[in-house]
Ligand binder design. Structure first.
Ligand code: ARG
Length: 577
């Protein structure tokens, strides 16, 4: 990565001057974010951080120490300027070198742009299970499941692009008491015809109705319980009906996930681990971790002082398993099958406690790998509605995004030349959803507003796609040359773009560390704004051949990075809109 080239260069100066290995300084050197006020330096070294880590001896006067060090460092034809700021040293690299290195890299690496950076190579690699989406059969696919789906997809994409072996897993809610109720409901007022015509809708309707009836009618509740008991005993007729529900639902889900551009390697589910759940309970008993309460339930005490101030119920009094019991079995089973190095669960933050308990029990059982399991929590989305009302099915959200986007595009004067407007509208509509969702910290709640997320200007997915498509059409129109003269790209706008691109690897690094997409989103938004401004001010048409070629090369480089970044976010870049 070109940023690494410059970092190495600066680190070697520091190494020579201070007599410490180069690597000491690599991670302390950061590319400076571009802002309007400050365009000059490119990298920053925090002397303060070096002192606090004990890498340099602290003589008590940070400012003086920073100045002295800055003065000792020699400039050269790559690192042209070195000067002290408050507790930091700034480095400015040669503009020609900067432009040349960035262009060179974008030509050579294309879809791998930035991925070969030392910084990213230093990240641990291995097998990562990412469990996400995980809707419940017959229940609503609510905004939370949509969030889990796009966030999990992003994490899986990112981990994959960084060289991990990723297993994308969907853990369906396909077991439990609610399933008994659903089946009981289906037996009394379900309809095979309707089930085939519109499976998700029909199962949902049955589920809603049976729940309503169960509230007033003890017998219905009882029938549900009985059916679930038969399921847990694997009685044939019960299993057959259950299997049919599951298969139909999964094949419907697959279609919708496809529209979203999401796929899974494994469709697992709670049902897979029902038997193992009983084995886990036995093991906990032999390990002396499971207690039977007066009510006959089986619990694990998780309180530090053994006073049951924090405990988890694993067994009902009728001997059936619970959500967490199946999760325990599932985790152990996944470790056996995939021997993962890490496992990531993506759900809303209300399940935070559930996962804490899950990991804690696994550790208590001696499964030390639970240390490398992690829950990525996200906040609530308020007010996600479609013209049909509250969101019930994922499909409705996608339809709504597409319809609204199609309308916006037909009204805009700027949109043109699309091969397939419907498909484009869907992709752009989905980008809008994703960008809105990924902008802030995942754990924050937000209010959903179609009009705002679909705006053509500002930090929206629509603007991102639009910028990318503009650049694509420019390149389609004019073609591009292989090598260009970098000295034709020394204007301020081009240099800002190059400076910004220096941060790409750091941004991916940050996202890989905290699994938050906002770093990458903000980076891409800034890149789009810089590119849009450059596109307005640096014409290709009408410029001398060599200048036009150089600019095309710049735009092509931006276009590549935008597309790569979007793909990691789970957005399909459109080339015409
Ligand atoms: N099906 C659950 C729900 O909709 C989410 C499952 C999360 N994953 C897990 N291993 N518990 O709330």
């Amino acid at each position: 990565h070109m940023a690494c080239f410059f970092r190495r260069r600066i680190a070697s100066k520091l190494s020579r001057c201070l007599g410490l290995p180069e690597d000491t300084f690599i991670s302390a050197l950061c590319a400076i974010p571009v802002s309007k006020k400050q365009q000059s330096p490119d990298f920053r070294l925090s002397v303060k951080a070096l002192l606090s880590k004990g890498i340099l001896p602290d003589n008590g006067d940070l400012e003086a120490q920073t100045k002295t060090l800055a003065n000792q460092l020699q400039q050269d034809d790559v690192v042209e300027e070195i000067f002290a700021g408050r507790g930091v040293i700034h480095f400015r690299v040669s503009r020609i070198q900067l432009v040349q290195k960035v262009l060179e890299q974008s030509r050579k690496e294309r879809d791998k742009f930035g991925m070969k950076s030392e910084l990213l190579k230093g990240l641990k690699k291995g097998t990562t299970v990412v469990e996400f989406s995980s809707p419940n059969i017959a229940k609503k696919f609510h905004a939370g499941h949509l969030r889990s789906t796009i966030i999990g997809n992003f994490i899986a994409n990112l981990k994959g692009s960084l060289g991990n072996n990723v297993i994308r897993m969907n853990y369906l809610g396909d077991w439990g008491m609610q399933f008994g109720l659903l089946a009981a409901g289906f037996q009394s007022f379900g309809c095979q015809e309707k089930l085939k015509m519109n499976p998700l809708q029909h199962l949902f309707d049955v589920y809603v109705q049976v729940n309503r009836e169960a509230e007033n009618d003890e017998a219905v509740e009882q029938a549900g319980r009985e059916f679930f008991r038969q399921l847990e005993q694997h009685e044939q007729h019960a299993m057959a009906l259950w299997r049919q529900f599951r298969e139909i639902t999964v094949s419907e889900y697959r279609k919708v996930y496809k529209r979203l551009g999401v796929h899974f390697d494994v469709y697992s589910g709670e049902s897979f681990h029902q038997k193992q759940a009983q084995e886990v309970v036995l093991r906990l008993q032999t390990q002396g971790l499971l207690k039977t309460t007066e009510k006959g339930t089986g619990v694990v005490d998780l309180s530090p002082s053994g006073d049951m101030s924090n405990y988890s119920t694993l067994l009902r009094s009728d001997g059936t398993s619970l959500y967490i019991t199946r999760d325990l079995a599932a985790a152990i089973n996944r470790k056996e099958i995939h021997n993962f190095d890490e496992m990531i669960y993506v759900t809303d933050k209300s399940q935070g406690n559930h996962f804490q308990q899950l990991f804690q029990i696994l550790l208590a059982m001696g499964h030390l790998w639970a240390e490398r399991c992690q829950h990525v929590p996200f906040g609530l989305v308020q007010g996600m509605k479609t013209r049909l009302g509250e969101v019930v099915f994922l499909e409705d959200v996608l339809d709504e995004a597409q319809a609204r986007m199609l309308r916006n595009m037909s009204q805009a004067k700027t949109t043109k030349e699309m091969d397939d407007p419907e498909d484009t509208a869907e992709k752009v509509g989905i980008s809008a959803l994703i960008i809105q969702d990924f902008k802030g910290p995942l754990v924050s709640d937000y209010k959903f507003d179609w009009d705002r997320i679909l705006q053509a200007q500002g930090d929206t997915g629509v603007f991102l796609q639009y910028t990318h498509a503009r650049l694509c059409s420019l390149i389609r129109l004019h073609g591009e040359e292989d090598t260009v003269n970098p000295s034709l790209l020394l204007d301020q706008r081009s240099v800002l773009i190059m400076q910004h691109l220096l941060r790409y690897d750091e941004v991916l690094y940050q996202s890989a560390c905290d699994l938050q997409p906002k770093h990458l989103v903000n980076f891409l938004m800034t890149l789009s704004h810089l590119a849009a401004s450059a596109h307005r001010h640096l014409p290709v048409k009408g410029s001398p051949q060599a200048v036009a070629q150089a600019r095309l090369q710049l735009f092509s480089c931006v276009c590549t990075v935008l597309a790569n970044g979007m793909r990691i976010l789970g957005i399909t870049p459109v080339e015409k809109m």
